[in-house]
Design a protein. Structure first.
Length: 463
């Protein structure tokens, strides 16, 4: 059966190209363009007779349709009736056949669903296609950045510090004669989270809001685990930034940084992507900071302590450092690591971190293959000194030593939570308060061992 929409014969092209206007090779005969004689319609003869009698001619019923000729007097009445009846029968039969055919065609089209199809748009050749096209899905990043900036900027503060710029070797933050950094208001009663290297050693702190208000600040506490500090100002009703969940962030998603680079360009907004998670950096004083977020959003001196946001304007990190020998490599502390000390501050508690007292290597498939380890994830208790010589990874007198952990052990889980790339040991431990007792799943010489350990309080300084 042919397609009901397919014509049985192609229609002539409406714009058939003409032959080029060139001289013919052979002479041609003259062509007459005089129109052929036409038969005069019958009504003109009537008009002529009427003119002769000075009577106006009758107007035809249809200008392009000649009137049907009248029956002649010699035609028999019976013959005319039979012929007219036959014509009537033929017309009626044709109409009936057309109706039946149309109904049949309609039934076929309805049953096949053809009547429900979109009608294709016919577009002349050479014109732009006007038929329905798929609508591309786009993410308006500029709008997301604008909304995030409007939402969070009022809660980003500039922190001017005196007495903190005395260390010219500080790899994070060093501006001669004066210091400046950024901070994030996380509670309307004047609680601000920032970097330790911004607040540590400060004699005075001046906190300036986006709207120009200034407050004197005091250092509430310094984090002993990572580069964080809590600052307090005496104020109420301050704007706050929404605190997000860094564990849900994904590599490649939009990242927005807000801070005060150089202390001059306050509340500057830069954007990029989240480049990686779980980064470890070692600063010039030998301190190692783990589990950082890497981003290519521009972070400059003065941005330290500012916010790293997701596309919804939620704080997922606190900006902390840049790679000085490269461009587009910045680091932020995941907000989930900062959350416990923020909660301790709000509760009026001293800032404290849990501590077990070990040095370890986070296992990856490559490390496992190189060192013939039995598992591809976990915390491998091993360490080397500054000269590359092996050293005991268990700190003497630490909770780990008391619990019986040994050099070469592999911790695979804490209270049933598996240690892997998404949940490293430090991240898991930050969820517990000092003094809490936890169960450690350990692989020792290929055998599984469960040890009970009571978390200690991380010392202010670690050798």
């Amino acid at each position: 059966m042919t397609d009901p929409f397919e014509p049985t014969a192609p229609l002539p092209a409406p714009d058939q190209p003409t032959a080029p206007l060139t001289a013919p090779d052979q002479p041609t005969q003259a062509v007459s363009y005089s129109p052929a004689a036409e038969r005069r319609p019958a009504w003109t003869d009537v008009a002529a007779e009427s003119d002769a009698e000075h009577v106006a001619p009758p107007t035809p019923r249809a200008w392009y349709e000649p009137e049907a000729p009248a029956a002649t007097g010699t035609q028999a009445a019976g013959t005319g009736t039979r012929r007219g009846g036959a014509v009537g029968v033929v017309i009626a039969a044709s109409l009936a056949a057309a109706v039946v055919g149309s109904l049949g065609t309609y039934g076929i089209l309805a049953s096949t669903g053809a009547l429900d199809r979109e009608v294709a748009t016919v577009v002349p050749v050479g014109q732009a296609q006007q038929a329905t096209q798929p609508v591309p899905v786009t993410i308006d990043e500029s709008s997301a950045i604008t909304r995030a900036a409007e939402k969070v900027s009022p809660a980003i503060v500039t922190i001017a510090v005196s007495g903190a710029a005395a260390n010219p070797n500080d790899p994070f933050f060093s501006i001669p004669q004066s210091g400046v950094g950024s901070g994030v208001i996380f509670d309307s009663n004047g609680w601000i989270v920032t970097n330790k290297h911004v607040a540590s050693g400060a004699q005075t702190l001046t906190v300036t809001l986006e709207d120009g208000r200034e407050f004197n600040g005091t250092v509430y506490g310094i984090d002993t685990l990572t580069d964080l500090a809590i600052i307090k100002v005496e104020a109420t009703g301050l704007p706050t930034a929404p605190i997000g969940d860094s564990s849900t962030a994904k590599v490649g998603q939009l990242a927005i940084a807000i801070g005060s680079p150089l202390g001059t360009y306050t509340n500057s907004v830069t954007a990029g992507i989240l480049s990686a998670f779980g980064r470890t950096i070692t600063v010039q004083d030998g301190t190692t900071i783990r589990n950082l977020i890497q981003t290519d959003a521009a972070i400059n001196p003065g941005n330290s302590g500012g916010a790293l946001l997701d596309s919804g304007g939620n704080v997922i990190g606190i900006n902390t450092a840049i790679a000085q020998t490269a461009e587009g490599i910045g680091f932020a502390i995941p907000i989930n690591i900062a959350r416990p000390i923020m909660q301790q501050a709000l509760a009026g508690q001293e800032l404290a971190r849990p501590w077990i007292g070990v040095y370890y290597v986070a296992i990856t498939p490559a490390i496992a293959d190189t060192n013939s380890l039995p598992v591809e994830q976990g915390a491998w208790l091993t360490a080397q000194d500054a000269n590359g010589q092996s050293m005991d990874p268990i700190v003497a007198g630490s909770p780990a030593a008391t619990a019986g952990l040994r050099d070469g052990d592999i911790i695979t889980a804490v209270d049933g939570t598996a240690i892997d790339a998404d949940s490293p040991l430090d991240d898991i431990l930050t969820q517990y308060a000092p003094g809490r007792t936890v169960a450690l799943d350990v692989l020792r010489d290929g055998a599984k061992v469960t040890l009970t350990l009571t978390l200690g309080t991380r010392p202010t300084t670690l050798e």
